[in-house]
Ligand binder design. Structure first.
Ligand code: VGL
Ligand code: ZN
Length: 214
């Protein structure tokens, strides 16, 4: 197959949260999570411009079940900004689990956006925290660099990848989520919901073959 979406100078590839804790054996392992690495490495070679995101929580973060007496991972609570899924402790700043996977082969990545560092606010999106107010600066960075199209892949499809793609679209970028280069947690129907939200928002869902051929 040819590659109808061949990357150009004004395209950016955002690789979301490919970190040890989201890979097999990690604290919040995404099923089949390591399957994203080969297609992401292949795609990244086709892009001149790549940004990484890194989930980066302080110890005792409000999204950790362990921070709330009597609560277990995957239960919901209400935080001041709205409903929050509770997670196992993961991606704690400075730990091995928080490191970007060594197998990721993208030496030309230009920026690493760390997110979720506010102890009281989660941040699935690489653009905006879960209070939906506090920005990370990524939209301004991408605009100043003159990018038009945003391609998003990584972990997990139904949380950080989807929220990042939705916020890219809301910020005015033509946005593509690469499904075969992403994997989902899929807790309580979250994948179907995320795919529905992406469709409604006008985010294109594609496969990596449309970018790199097959
Ligand atoms: C993520 C849950 C909690 C993700 C991060 O990267 O999708 N999910 N923190
Ligand atoms: Zn997190």
């Amino acid at each position: 197959m040819n590659a109808p979406l061949k990357p150009t100078e004004t395209d950016i590839f955002i690789v979301v949260d490919v970190q040890n804790d989201f890979l097999p054996g990690g604290a919040l392992a995404v099923p089949d999570g390591d399957a994203v690495i080969a297609p992401i490495n292949k795609m990244a070679k086709a892009f001149r411009h790549v940004v990484l995101t890194q989930d980066w929580h302080p110890k005792g973060h409000a999204s950790f079940a362990s921070s709330h007496a009597g609560k277990k991972p995957f239960e919901m609570i209400e935080l001041p900004y709205g409903p929050q899924v509770l997670w196992p402790d993961h991606c704690v700043q400075g730990t091995r689990g928080a490191e970007i996977a060594r197998e990721l082969d993208i030496p030309h990545a230009q920026l690493v956006i760390r997110k979720g560092h506010n102890s009281q606010i989660d941040s699935y999106s690489g653009f905006k925290e879960a209070d939906r107010k506090t920005g990370t600066g990524l939209a301004g960075y991408l605009r100043e660099r003159g990018f038009n199209r945003v391609f998003v892949a990584g972990l997990a499809t139904d949380f950080c990848v989807a929220w990042t793609a939705l916020d890219a679209k809301a910020a005015g970028f033509d946005t593509y989520l690469i499904e075969d280069a992403s994997r989902a947690i899929n807790a309580n129907g979250s994948l179907a919901r995320a795919l529905d939200d992406l469709k409604t928002a006008g985010v294109h869902t594609i496969n990596s073959a449309q970018i790199v051929g097959s």
